[in-house]
Design a protein around this ligand. Structure first.
Ligand code: UD1
Length: 338
C-alpha cells in the first residue's frame, strides 16, 4: 500500500514517515521546505534503512500534485502540509487562510481526479477554542478558535466533512493533536523551529543547552494546583503511530471521523521544567512572567475514542519526551545544519 505524506519533512510528518516505513508501507513524500530542511529526507532513510520517493513541491501547485498522482498509485494521503505558527497567523491571516485552505482544496481535487479518496488530516486540539470543561471530547461544540491558524483547522475539518457527505466513497479521519513534543529516539530527527521558538519544549531545550539563560513561566496565578497552565503533552512517536492506526481504520470505514490524540492527562509548566531538569541533570532557571495572551488554563484530552476504536494509546512518559527532546538538541546543537 502506498501512502502520500504531504509536509513529510516537518516535525510530525518526518516522524510519521519513519513509522510508516517501519510498518512496511511504501511512502511518497512531498514538501516545499518552507519550514523544514532537505537533510531530513536522508535522515529518515538513515533511521529506517529504507528508501522512498520525494518530491519538492507545493500543494498550491495543482500540476505538481497531479504529476505525483500520475506517477504513483497512491492509496491514501496523510496531510500535514500547512502553515502552523499561531502568532504569525494573527499577523498574516490571509496568507494562512489561502495557503492552508486553498492548498487542501487543490489536494482533494487532485486526489478525487485520481480516484484516491482516503485521507488522514492533521488537525489540532486548537479547534476546541476555550471549552467549558475538560477533558476535551470529540463531540464538544466546535465554534471558533482563538486565532486564524486554529480557524484554518476548523474550516478544513468542515470542508472534508462536506466532501465526505457529497461523495460517500471518501474516508476522512481528522486527528486532533494535543501538544506534540519529544523527538525520535535516534536523535536524528526532532523539532527544529525556525527563528525564536514559541512552544515550551524547544524553549526549555535552549535553556538546558545553555543557549538561553532562563525559561519564562507565563503565569503562576491560574486556577491549577501549582498556578501554571496544564497541557496534555504527547511524544511525537506516539503521535506518529496514531496515524498508522487511523490509516487502518480509514481503509475499512467510509465517512468522516475525528479522534483526540493525547495522553489523557495534563502536566503543568512547572512539571515539564522539573522533568527536563531530571533528564538533563542540571538546574533550569525559571523567570516568572505575566500570563501570555490567549492561553487557556487547562487543556487535556479524553482519548477514549482513539483507544476503543483505533486501538491506539500513547505509551511514552513525560521523562521520555524530555529525554528525547534533549538528546536531539545535544546531537544537533544548531538544529538541522546540512
Ligand atoms: C500552542 C498553540 C496550539 C498549537 C500548539 C502546538 C497557542 C494559543 N496554541 O499550544 O494551537 O497546536 O502550540 O504544540 O499558541 N509556556 C510558558 N513559557 C514559555 C512557553 C510556553 O510558560 O516560554 C506555557 C504556555 O503559557 C502554555 C504552555 O507553556 O501554558 C504550553 O505552551 P505552548 O508549547 O506554546 O503550547 P500551547 O499554547 O498549548
Amino acid at each position: 500500500m502506498t501512502i502520500l505524506v504531504t509536509g513529510g519533512t516537518g516535525f510530525i510528518g518526518s516522524h510519521t514517515v519513519v513509522e510508516l516505513l517501519e510498518a512496511g508501507y511504501d511512502v511518497v513524500v512531498f514538501d516545499n521546505f518552507y519550514n523544514s530542511k532537505a537533510c531530513v529526507v536522508d535522515r529518515i532513510k538513515k533511521i529506517t534503512g529504507k528508501d522512498f520517493k520525494f518530491y519538492e513541491a507545493d500543494m498550491l501547485d495543482r500540476e505538481a500534485l497531479d504529476k505525483i498522482f500520475d506517477e504513483n498509485k497512491i492509496d491514501a494521503v496523510i496531510h500535514f502540509a500547512g502553515l502552523k505558527a499561531v502568532g504569525e497567523s494573527v499577523k498574516i491571516p490571509l496568507r494562512y487562510y489561502y495557503n492552508n485552505i486553498a492548498g487542501t482544496i487543490k489536494l482533494c481535487e487532485s486526489m478525487s481526479a485520481h480516484g484516491c479518496k482516503r485521507i488522514v488530516f492533521s488537525s489540532s486540539a486548537t479547534v476546541y477554542g476555550e471549552p467549558d470543561h475538560v477533558p476535551m471530547q470529540e463531540d464538544f461544540p466546535i465554534t471558533h478558535a482563538t486565532n486564524p491558524y486554529g480557524e484554518t483547522k476548523i474550516l478544513i475539518e468542515r470542508i472534508l466533512k462536506d466532501l465526505s457527505v457529497s461523495d460517500p466513497e471518501w474516508s476522512v479521519c481528522c486527528l486532533r493533536y494535543f501538544n506534540p513534543v519529544g523527538a525520535h529516539k535516534s536523535g536524528l530527527i526532532g523539532e527544529d523551529p525556525m527563528g525564536i521558538p514559541n512552544n515550551i519544549m524547544p524553549r526549555i531545550q535552549k535553556v538546558a543547552t545553555g543557549e538561553w539563560d532562563s525559561i519564562t513561566v507565563f503565569g503562576t496565578d491560574y486556577d491549577t494546583p501549582d498556578g501554571t497552565c496544564i497541557r496534555d503533552y504527547i511524544h511525537v512517536t506516539d503521535l506518529a503511530q496514531a496515524h498508522i492506526a487511523a490509516l487502518k481504520r480509514a481503509a475499512n470505514v467510509v465517512g468522516w471521523e475525528t479522534y483526540n490524540i493525547g495522553c489523557g492527562r495534563g502536566y503543568s509548566v512547572l512539571d515539564i521544567i522539573n522533568a527536563y531538569e531530571r533528564v538533563c541533570g542540571h538546574p533550569i532557571k525559571r523567570e516568572i512572567c505575566p500570563r501570555r495572551a490567549g492561553d487557556i488554563a487547562v487543556s487535556y484530552a479524553d482519548p477514549t475514542r482513539a483507544r476503543e476504536v483505533l486501538g491506539w494509546q500513547a505509551k511514552r512518559t513525560i521523562d521520555d519526551m524530555c529525554r528525547d527532546s534533549y538528546n536531539f538538541r545535544i546531537k544537533n546543537p544548531k538544529g538541522y545544519e546540512d
